[in-house]
Design a protein around this ligand. Structure first.
Ligand code: BGC
Ligand code: NOJ
Length: 811
């Protein structure tokens, strides 16, 4: 069942009923100011850091769900309603929400009054525009009241939700004309304030929540809108809000537009006050002046559209499959940019007060956006590498505001260092900027201890080879990619974290997955060393890689698939020999080892992927492990804590499904790769939205697996490495266009279901137009470059500014 449809010409998803199976959200903002907005106007906004600079309040896991947002109440002759449906839930005779790239437009109609609310953050600004257009579609004149409403958060979102003994006494506002200023804590250490403005004369205003809503009411039956009269309250303590009351008259057919602006301003400390106790509002007024007319708003929206069109033109496909086109051209790269901006901080599943930026996550996210914003990818790489330790290990997370490593979580996730090599090589292949390798980058942010980025990569590589276990496989540490496989933690009590409880220090638990990564990523390091003239170092790296490949086949092969790991006691994990009730096969090494080419020549790769098909594939995607763990295993940790079928315990982890897709292309089975792709790509499963429940335009981290009660139900949409890896799989491996060290590789492997397509790829300043006839999915190609046949699948990089025409026949 669908709850809307794609409008590809506008790059929008159009939701046609407010009653979706879950709130379906969008993101506003590009640089510093961000907002989350649901199709019902729910959500919140923040400046840079979702925890420390939260502007508006949102209550997670609330009843009813998704309450709190930027609301507009209309009172026409005593009938009060909200065009976003929530929070008043009055029946509408028309509802539509258009989620576009960086903006959302919600329209509701009742009693012949059409109300449209457009939300977006103009490029480069620290404010959200809420533009409200009211149109009288009836035959009689209308007289109505319009009330805006937002609730301020007292900046630190964690404190705001917990420290009530203080917070109920600190709230302060100022009101001047049509602008409400939120200045809680401005008198002391904060040099910032927020404001909410409307470009019209107000009939009244409110800033005290209790007065506006009524102590025993909710957002759905607030006193002021229902009574139709603002109370002109000035908040003192408790919960400051901002509401403008406007009198509106509309002749039949008449339309009026109001521009509301919700902004954030920082003042230099010396310029904080206009006079004692009164905020210096100059900067706020300058910002307001930029968005006080519809023309200004339309121009800003136009710029935002241009911005996105520009970004998305770097990789575009035209094919006969509209679902494929919309994933590749619009929604998948859009989600990649959102993961770039948010990391894992703020979504409807991440509260914005928890995790910082992940070392592993950020490197993988980069794979999905490096072709969109290479300069920002460069900056990100330096930030990430600066949190690495001198021995090559890394803080697992760092804080976005300070860019410092997070001590609470610490290090010891032994896959982390290798992701840095992958991120850097993706960046260099995209840009040709080898200069980044010479950048001096600190260890642990210590300016007195730094080395070239190249040296950082060497330490990443060596961290693996310096930390091998009894079988010669890499030690897993606290965990590898699977944060929930905690082989040295032995957590017995519920009051400690699974991952950072280290009651054993073991040098026995080993990861076949990290071994696969080493074989996949190690050669990239060798290539980099070679490029820097270090032929011996490149040779050394390759010989370590070859040794690891042998070790995997010797100690990491289980007969029909790759083993997952050895635990603290040296027992196999993910083996046919594991006892009943335990998992016998896990997905990660199957995908990753084959991606690395392990066992391709000798048949293990094919066997492993056949086992994936047989044991892990379901109608909704590939589960992480099978059978699921039935009981909690103290020696395995969090993986066995989840009920069967959810999350890391046999959920469909959409992040590593693409590894299997890529692996299938490695052994020349493009059709199967595409079959896997379509099972989890949101546009292809739009028709089962009632089962899937999360947004049909973005990936979710997890879909409940076949052992779960709610098989097919997704959770954790938006902020997941799934976005980047699926983009890599489809764009670089199935459609087969990827920047390599010495040229653009063109090697489609998708099969004849997409028989013909054209890709436009911009890379290093040149444009490649690639026309593909896809006759089969084996990954074999014949290429003609500007009319001339070439050997192999590598098109030499062309001069910036040039256009290269490529004909490709893929069999
Ligand atoms: C989740 C993982 C996640 C980890 C982060 C776990 O509870 O299941 O998906 O990576 O938390 O710390
Ligand atoms: C989510 C985390 O963000 C990611 O780093 C991890 O690899 C997966 N979960 C799997 O545990």
């Amino acid at each position: 069942m669908r709850f809307g449809h794609f409008d590809d010409s506008h790059k929008e998803y159009v939701i046609t009923t407010p009653k979706t199976p879950y709130p379906w959200i969008n993101y506003l903002g590009n640089e510093n100011f961000f907002g989350l907005v649901s199709h019902q106007g729910g959500g919140y906004c923040f400046y840079r850091d979702a925890r420390l600079r939260r502007l508006t309040r949102y209550r997670y896991n609330n009843v009813p769900t998704d309450s709190g947002g930027r609301y507009f109440y209309i009172n026409e002759g005593g009938d009060t309603w909200t065009p976003t449906f929530m929070p008043m839930k009055k029946e509408l005779d028309f509802f539509e929400c258009r989620h576009g790239l960086g903006y959302t437009k919600v329209t509701g109609r009742r009693n012949g009054l059409r109300a449209e609310v457009l939300y977006f953050v103009p490029l480069g600004e620290t404010a959200e525009v809420h533009q409200v257009t009211l149109k009288n579609e009836g035959t009689a004149a209308k007289k109505l009241k319009l009330f805006s409403f937002i609730e301020f958060c007292l900046w630190n979102a964690h404190d705001d939700a917990t420290n009530f003994q203080r917070n109920f006494s600190t709230g302060e506002v100022e009101v001047e004309g049509s602008t409400i200023y939120h200045k809680t804590e401005y008198r002391e250490r904060r040099d910032h304030f927020a404001f909410y403005h409307v470009n019209a004369t107000v009939a009244g205003f409110d800033t005290d929540r209790e007065s506006f809503i009524g102590l025993y009411n909710g957002f759905g039956d607030p006193d002021v809108p229902c009574a139709g009269e603002s109370k002109n309250t000035v908040a003192s303590g408790w919960s400051p809000v901002a509401s403008h009351g406007l009198d509106v008259t509309l002749a039949p057919g008449e339309e009026k537009t109001f521009v509301f602006l919700l902004g954030y301003v920082e003042n230099p400390r010396a310029e904080k006050w206009e006079k004692p106790g009164v905020i210096n509002k100059q900067r706020a007024k300058a910002l307001i002046a930029k968005f006080s007319s519809t023309e200004q708003v339309n121009a800003a929206l136009g710029k935002l559209r241009e911005h996105w069109n520009g970004l998305l033109s770097n990789y575009a496909i035209e094919s006969g499959d509209e679902k494929l086109n919309r994933m590749v051209n619009i929604w998948n790269p859009y989600q990649c940019m959102v993961t770039f901006n948010m990391s894992r901080s703020a979504s409807y599943f991440e509260s914005g007060i928890g995790r910082g930026m992940g070392f592993r996550d950020s490197n993988q996210d980069l794979l999905g956006f490096v072709h969109l914003v290479p300069e920002r990818a460069r900056e990100r790489i330096i930030d990430i590498a600066s949190t690495q330790f001198a021995d090559g290990s890394a803080y697992h997370q760092y804080q976005p505001l300070t860019k410092r490593g997070n001590n609470d979580v610490g290090s010891g996730f032994n896959d982390d260092p290798l992701w840095l090599i992958l991120g850097v090589s993706a960046y260099i292949k995209e840009t040709g900027d080898y200069g980044i390798l010479d950048e001096q980058v600190p260890f642990d942010n210590d300016p007195n201890n730094q080395a070239s980025l190249l040296e950082h990569l060497k330490r990443s590589f060596d961290h693996v080879s310096h930390n091998l276990g009894p079988h010669g496989l890499p030690l897993i540490g606290r965990a590898d990619w699977n944060d929930c496989l905690n082989l040295n933690c032995f957590s017995e009590t519920p009051d400690e974290p699974f991952q950072t409880t280290g009651n054993r220090t073991g040098r026995t638990a080993e990861s076949v997955f990290i071994a696969g990564m080493f074989v996949h990523i190690g050669p990239e390091y060798a290539k980099i060393a070679e490029y820097k003239g270090q032929a011996d170092e490149a040779k050394r790296a390759l010989s370590e890689v070859a040794k690891m490949e042998k070790t995997v086949l010797e100690h990491g092969w289980d007969g029909e698939w790759f083993l997952r790991a050895y635990d603290f006691f040296g027992k196999k994990i993910g083996s046919k020999d594991c006892p009943e009730g335990d998992s016998q096969i896990l997905i990660e090494p199957q995908g990753y080892c084959v991606m690395a080419g392990i066992g391709v020549a000798t048949g293990e790769a094919k066997k492993a992927l056949d086992s994936v098909k047989e044991r892990l594939d379901t109608r909704y995607g590939i589960v992480l492990n099978n059978p699921p763990y039935r009981d909690y295993h103290v020696e395995l940790g969090e993986i066995s804590s989840y009920p069967p079928g959810y999350k890391e315990n046999a959920g469909i982890f959409c992040h590593n499904n693409p590894w299997v897709m890529i692996a299938e292309t490695v052994i020349g089975r493009g059709e199967r790769a595409f079959e896997y792709y379509k099972k989890i790509a949101p546009a292809y499963i739009e028709d089962i939205s009632e089962i899937h429940r999360t947004e049909p335009y973005v990936y979710s981290q997890m879909i409940a697996g076949k052992d779960a009660v709610h098989h097919g139900e997704a959770k954790n949409s938006w902020l997941t490495g799934t976005a980047a890896w699926n983009f890599v799989a489809i764009s670089q491996h199935l459609l087969g266009v990827r920047p390599e060290w010495d040229g653009l590789c063109v090697k489609p492997c998708i099969g004849s279901e997409v028989p013909e397509f054209t890709i436009t790829r911009k890379c290093r300043g040149a444009t490649y137009r690639i026309h593909v006839k896809s006759l089969g999915g084996t990954g074999k190609v014949k290429l003609k470059v500007d009319g001339k046949a070439i050997e192999g699948d590598l098109v030499p990089y062309a001069k910036a500014g040039s256009t290269v025409n490529i004909e490709c026949e893929a069999s």
